[in-house]
Design a protein around this ligand. Structure first.
Ligand SMILES: Nc1nc2c(ncn2[C@@H]2O[C@H](COP(=O)(O)OP(=O)(O)OP(=O)(O)O)[C@@H](O)[C@H]2O)c(=O)[nH]1
Ligand SMILES: [Mg+2]
Length: 234
């Protein structure tokens, strides 16, 4: 387990943000997302690290990540690959183990989640002291671009059913663009039983059940720029 440099509760030491980037066949997207992360974090002055968790992508994403590590430095870009595709849920668990920040940011590497919103997540967290800040596509200026009607219905339908049944008090349950206090994420992951697509939903519902506070930031979500969708009909 990596040592945590700051303390999320007291803010005694400088905060550090560990960005988890799970990748599977993202060779075209990775350079751009990393460049944007370095740019926004660099401008903000926040301490950060980017942890790339590649699951043996056949398109050579890991080799691209190695090049990026050479450019930006091994303290900023950490590579924590796994030998084969083991799924998104366990990729996050794997990433958390190697994170040294007192905050963790989860996001997709396919440019659906724009790094510019991270600074808003951080501000929101600081102002409200939230345990978790979630990007939401369903509030304020948030929105989804590039999805067909079927995908909008699947996503909105899943959100709606969960809203009614579990009353989680957050408007975007299936999204994965979030900021967590590291210790909170560790607790949630310990308790989480689902894998795959419902994992994000279970995390936020459990967060509410355990009494954690959740802040929301409206985000615009753009469909992946390169590569294939992994969301099947089921
Ligand atoms: N390490 C790892 N990353 C994965 C795996 N499956 C997906 N990812 C990554 O997780 C993120 C989200 O996956 P996506 O394929 O974008 O899932 P989605 O957003 O529901 O669907 P599309 O954007 O339409 O493809 C992306 O950065 C993927 O590269 C996996 O098994 N292991
Ligand atoms: Mg995606």
């Amino acid at each position: 387990m990596a040592s945590r440099r700051g303390n999320a509760k007291t803010g005694e030491q400088a905060d550090k943000y560990s960005v988890l980037l799970p990748t599977y066949n993202e060779r075209e997207n990775l350079p751009l997302i990393v460049w944007l992360l370095v740019k926004y974090f660099g401008e903000s002055g926040y301490n950060y690290e980017i942890i790339v968790i590649d699951d043996g992508s056949p398109d050579g994403t890991l080799q691209i990540a190695e090049q990026l590590q050479k450019i930006y430095g091994a303290d900023k870009i950490l590579l924590r690959p796994r030998a084969k595709k083991l799924g998104l849920g366990t990729a996050y668990i794997h990433g958390i183990k190697h994170a040294s920040g007192n905050f963790i940011i989860s996001m997709d590497a396919d440019l659906s989640h724009h790094p510019k919103f991270i600074l808003q997540f951080i501000e929101k967290q600081k102002v409200g002291g939230y345990d978790l800040v979630s990007g939401t596509r369903y509030r304020g200026d948030g929105g989804v671009y590039g999805w067909d009607l079927r995908r909008k219905l699947i996503s909105q339908g899943a959100n709606f059913i969960t809203q009614v049944l579990l009353r989680p008090g957050a408007s975007d349950l299936t999204g994965s663009f979030r900021l967590y206090k590291t210790e909170v994420l560790e607790k949630l992951v310990e308790q989480c039983v689902s894998k795959g697509y419902v994992f994000q939903m279970e995390m936020i519902v459990r967060a509410r059940q355990l009494g954690y506070t959740v802040g929301e930031v409206p985000i615009s979500f753009v469909d992946r720029v390169y590569g294939e969708s992994k969301l099947g009909g089921n």
